[in-house]
Design a protein around this ligand. Sequence first.
Ligand code: ARG
Length: 612
Amino acid sequence: MDIVAQLESAFRAAIATALGPSHADADPAIRPSQNPAFGDFQANGALGLAKQVGEKPRDLAQRIAVAAATELGDLVEPLEVAGPGFINIRLRPPALARLLTAVDTPDLAVKPQPSAHAVVIDLCGVNVAKQMHVGHLRATIIGDALARVFERLGRTVHRENHLGDWGLPIAMVLHQLRAQRIDLDRLALEDLNRAYRDAQLTAKGDERGLEAARALGCGPHRVAELEAQHQGAAAFEEAARATLVKLQSGDPELVRDWQKLIDVTMREVFVAADVLNVRLRPEHSRGESFFRDRLAGVVDAFVRGGLGVEDQGAIVVRFPERERPLLIRKRDGGFLYATTDLAAVRYRVQELDGERVIYVVDARQRDHFQDVFDAAHLIGWDRLPDGTVAELLHVGFGTVLGKDRKPLKTRSGENFTLMALLDEAVGRGVHEVRQRAEDPESPTHGLTEGEIHRIGQAVGIAAVKYADLSTDLVRDYVFDLDRMIAFEGDTGPYLLYAHARICSIFARAGLDPAGFRSAELILEEPAERALALALLRYGAVVHDVARTLEPHRLCNYLRALCEHFSAFYQACPVLKADDPARRDSRLRLCDLTRRTLADGLDLLGISAPERM
Ligand code: ARG
């Protein structure tokens, strides 16, 4: 059992002994000590309880401490009551060693989460024909990290890439490309982007200009010119709509061409996923088009249940105490983004058996998901086949900003494409590693160009991913590669560097880390204890991320772990330890730290090279 959970349960029992069973649920408030002089942990619960029962806090703390001592046996040194009524807890060195030994297993004692049901993660969500941009980077990175955490806990995870592959935008591009007789078999993503932009421009026409020109009495010549443009736009839209109708009715030639557009887009997405070390493959794609035959059924079900009502020819769902209704069918009979999402909720809960359905999508879609989740709840589509109510959760994330604090753009003012951004990050990583490799003392000195590149890529990608995952998700953050790539501070490369440094301790001494995994742990120095206490918490932190869906908790933990390791390595000689038993114990601590770090980084989708 996790040490904090163990202390909690002992102190709960102690509180019940001191105050009677009616207080068995009281929170003992176990916290790690801020200052090692006060022990390893504190139990702060007596203060609040004393107020409740009208007893002096120090007296109550004393009674709880006596009862807790019985519960804890030889796990702890004698408990001390301090200050206004805190109880200081210090683990006895042999107990700490015993606990840490139990954690030192191949799976680092991360307990599996028992559940027969699956976890569904909606991630990536690119739009076909539009290029993948920085926002989709976040949806992909965060979604993948959460998926890895649940997989690590033994859960069945469905990664669902709900790509935008159905509807007017793609029909417009399709129409545009076919009208230009572009060979779709030779299509590059760039052509698609251009077609998308052109289609967008044509479709907009100059409606507002026309209105203004008329209102201002701009003269017949100007108005006629604008009218001609506008007619072109209207004709284009009509043709695009006709294409959409044909596509939606399954015209084989159009469907074939449509599939080609998807392939071009997804090819690049999968390359990006590979560079990013993200597990996203074709089998995870289940785009909007997958649900196309279920949309009429969605609307029917809402109407039959009395939940979908007509409003000026459209069908809407209304919610108690909310003005905003949810539109699920337009007047012209067309379906919406929300209709598709309702079909998807139903599928994910009822067919994929998703007990937690987690949507990693831009925070600006908050209202959309609130409406979809509430509508799903009203109609009962959040119930699993066995009756369990699923949790539908939107993990909204903030916007990536440039140094000017506006949404990230390239120098020429375009939206940053994902590939351009990754290329830059990898380039910087390679540059940093190559520079360091020039130093004859560096472990990377003399490596081949291929190896330098591989390590550089890991560094660049770690920089981007760590920066993304270590901030509170809903906050916007500034994309500043200079800061992200630094080898010191709260950065990905700092963690990789700590990992590589441990590898080189063994490599330089020609030692195999596996040879120390049964060495007796001797934990006496304060820095050794602090490191051991941090290592003990790993499993609890992974569970915490699964509970809160906040990967930054793992980032903070790993950074703190590296800091504890640094302090330990400075204070405690390892290879030059006083005696062989201490040396072996410390080597084992190094190895366990490295494995914990590598495991945690892997959950973030960051691979840790052995040399840097
Ligand atoms: N394609 C959407 C966009 O780019 C994101 C899809 C998110 N997932 C969902 N189930 N709605 O905005």
